[in-house]
Design a protein around this ligand. Structure first.
Ligand code: PLP
Length: 401
């Protein structure tokens, strides 16, 4: 039965973590996986999360009963408000729905499956390059056509905006366009507000469906509203859209699979029908979501003091990353490493698209025990005051050897 099964290619980012864990060299550095690290190189359980977890553990009114199929209502409402703001017309008119999901990945899958199965959409577009999972999710959800739109221009180390617009203009009607809400992964380059306006115009004219992916709200700039402004702009402009939300990075809840699918519709009267179909997609996929992360997030987002505490935490994380960007750029400039390095500080979010070649990335792993994706994407949170000099001189070596 299984004799014809071909071995699938490994998932690069998990393979890198395995290689890093197996490496015995004390100088090893993991710049692969997209997870926050403290200046000591350790994962960080946010203090507000720790505090709530202690409270939840002591609360004997809580139990492990199933959540409803669409999850914890208080959570999905709070997640929608965090994304769109409470003054968003779609929120005020009850045209914005939330469905708790298995983190950002689960929201993307449930949304994609709904679009494919219920609306019959069959073509999606992703930025070239994009997060490594987008294609797998949409293909697995049954989309027939996955096409790239131009995004990254290696020559300018910036967005190929003309190319992007041209590709969107040529997309067939009802194509689903995956857009990164902020802190584009892997390039760290977002369109400007003026460029988003042009993108919206093309999408409206060409009848393209925006599927935003919001995995870094608050984490990119330290400001929740700023990081959500593009999704809010599209919603205010009257677009119907989906947006997947991940609480992995901004709450550090990676393995709790805490996410939400926000649906913005034109007509509140159709909400019940849409929710009923989403219910069946979830029911067939995993039946209902886990409670723990959703309870933590809902409690934080609905309490003024906890919310303020959490905002401090996201500012700590985003500012440490910005400091590391500056530290790396400054060291490479000081070392006289050939090339320009300003893009490292221009880019935002967790990653820098360094411009290093696949060979240079492999060399860094093999010779210097520094692990990053072959695309040159490096997690800036993997840098700290102890390893920054080592990483900068290793990059210098890889570029000049
Ligand atoms: N989308 C993007 C762009 C991401 O970078 C990530 C995580 O790295 C996700 C979605 C989803 O992550 P998760 O499923 O852990 O929420």
């Amino acid at each position: 039965i299984f004799s014809n099964v071909q071995t699938a290619p490994p998932i690069e980012v998990f393979a890198l973590t395995r290689a890093y864990n197996a490496d015995q060299n004390p100088k090893k550095v993991n710049l692969g996986v997209g997870a926050y690290r403290t200046d000591e190189g350790k994962p960080w359980v946010l203090p507000v999360v720790r505090k709530l977890e202690a409270q939840l553990a002591a609360d004997e009114t809580l139990n492990h009963e199933y959540l409803p199929v669409l999850g914890l209502d208080a959570f999905s409402k709070a997640a929608v408000h965090m994304l769109l703001g409470t003054d968003c017309p779609a929120v005020i008119d009850n045209r914005a729905l939330g469905v708790q999901s298995l983190s950002g990945t689960g929201a993307l899958f449930v949304g994609a499956k709904f679009l494919q199965k219920i609306l019959g959409y069959d073509t999606y577009y992703y930025s070239a390059p994009t997060w490594g999972n987008h294609k797998l999710i949409f293909d697995t959800a049954g989309f027939k056509q996955g096409r790239a739109y131009r995004y990254w221009d290696p020559a300018t180390k910036n967005i190929d905006f003309e190319g992007m617009c041209e590709d969107l203009r040529n997309a067939p009607e009802n194509s689903v366009i995956i857009l990164h809400a902020c802190a584009h992964n892997p390039t760290g380059c977002d369109p400007t507000d003026a460029q988003w306006k042009q993108i919206a115009e093309i999408m409206r004219e060409r009848k393209l469906f925006p599927f935003f992916d919001s995995a870094y709200q608050g984490f990119a700039s330290g400001d929740l509203d700023k990081d959500a402004r593009t999704v809010r702009y599209f919603a205010k402009e009257g677009f119907e859209l989906f947006c997947s939300q991940s609480f992995s990075k901004n709450f550090g809840l990676y393995n709790e699979r805490t996410g939400n699918l926000t649906v913005v519709m034109k007509d509140a009267e159709l909400a019940a029908a849409v929710l009923s179909q989403l219910t069946l997609v979830v029911r067939a996929t995993y039946s209902n979501p886990p409670a723990h992360g959703a309870r933590v997030v809902a409690a934080t987002l609905t309490n003024k003091d906890l919310f303020a505490e959490w905002q401090d935490h996201i500012r700590v994380m985003s500012s440490r990353i910005i400091q590391m960007r500056e530290a790396l750029r400054d060291r490479l400039v000081k070392l006289g490493t050939p090339g320009t390095w300003d893009h490292i500080t221009r880019q935002i979010g967790m990653f820098s698209f360094t411009g290093l070649t696949p060979q240079q990335c492999e060399y860094l792993g093999n010779e210097h025990h520094i692990y990053l994706l072959r695309s040159g994407r490096a997690n800036m949170a993997g840098l700290n005051t102890n390893n920054i000099d080592y990483v900068a001189s290793a990059i210098h070596d890889a570029v000049t050897k």
